[in-house]
Design a protein. Structure first.
Length: 235
């Protein structure tokens, strides 16, 4: 017979692909999953998201707040890009989605405020993209004005001193070579650094604590216990 943690782990593993697809049929199932993970089931009442044994290795995952469950990368959470994405998906389903959103608001009382903050952040990013990737356009009515249509037009040339990891340089390079990632940045789905890593012109880095015990826990959380063992053997 399954334990509560094993049942929670199976429910979680079934839901992760739905969170990534976000198709109509999956939204209903995803909303149902959120309801179950917050309320529990007949056999296992109460929150299931806090502690799970995730297949296939049964690794135990623990979280302290439901926001992390929604946003953390797979294995730890559902891997949504933003809370706004969850909000829109749940609002698109008047049946289970509405109920799921009610429960989410109880788990995260500041939910609506967080959604508004994300919306403001996305708007600021869009303005930032325009500021750093577009040359001043021609006067209105000029025959060339029609050419200035999107944030991908008229990319400014990078100076020798404006390169490396600066946001301006990153956004201009994305606009020039990876406009689809620039759009995801403007929508708030990616930070400029995340977009640069996905584009391949910046390597991922990782910030970790200096204290040995905290560093060890951080390594296990990010890379897994097996990686930690291999690292220990390598040292």
């Amino acid at each position: 017979m399954l334990t509560k943690e094993q049942y929670a782990g199976q429910e979680y593993s079934d839901a992760v692909p739905r969170a990534r697809r976000g198709a109509d049929g999956d939204i209903w199932m995803l909303a149902t999953h959120i309801i179950i993970m917050i309320k529990g089931s007949a056999d296992f009442p109460g929150p299931l998201w806090r502690r799970r044994e995730v297949p296939p290795d049964g690794r135990v995952m623990e979280l302290e707040n439901f926001k992390d469950y929604l946003l953390e990368d797979p294995r730890h959470g559902l891997g949504f890009k933003s809370l706004s994405q969850v909000d829109l998906l749940m609002k698109s389903n008047e049946d289970k989605g509405t109920k799921a959103l009610e429960l989410i608001r109880k788990e995260i009382p500041e939910w609506d405020e967080l959604i508004q903050k994300e919306a403001r952040r996305a708007a600021n990013r869009a303005a930032h993209v325009q500021q750093h990737t577009i040359k001043p356009g021609p006067p209105e009515g000029n025959q060339n004005a029609a050419k200035v249509k999107t944030i991908h037009d008229n990319i400014m040339n990078c100076s020798a001193t404006d390169q490396g990891t600066s946001t301006s340089y990153t956004l201009r390079r994305l606009a020039r070579n990876h406009p689809e990632l620039l759009e995801r940045f403007a929508a708030g789905e990616l930070t400029a650094n995340q977009a640069a890593i996905k584009a391949g012109f910046r390597k991922p880095t990782w910030t970790a604590p200096c204290e040995p015990d905290a560093l060890a826990r951080s390594i296990v959380k990010k890379f897994g216990l097996e990686f930690a063992r291999q690292l220990k053997d390598a040292l």
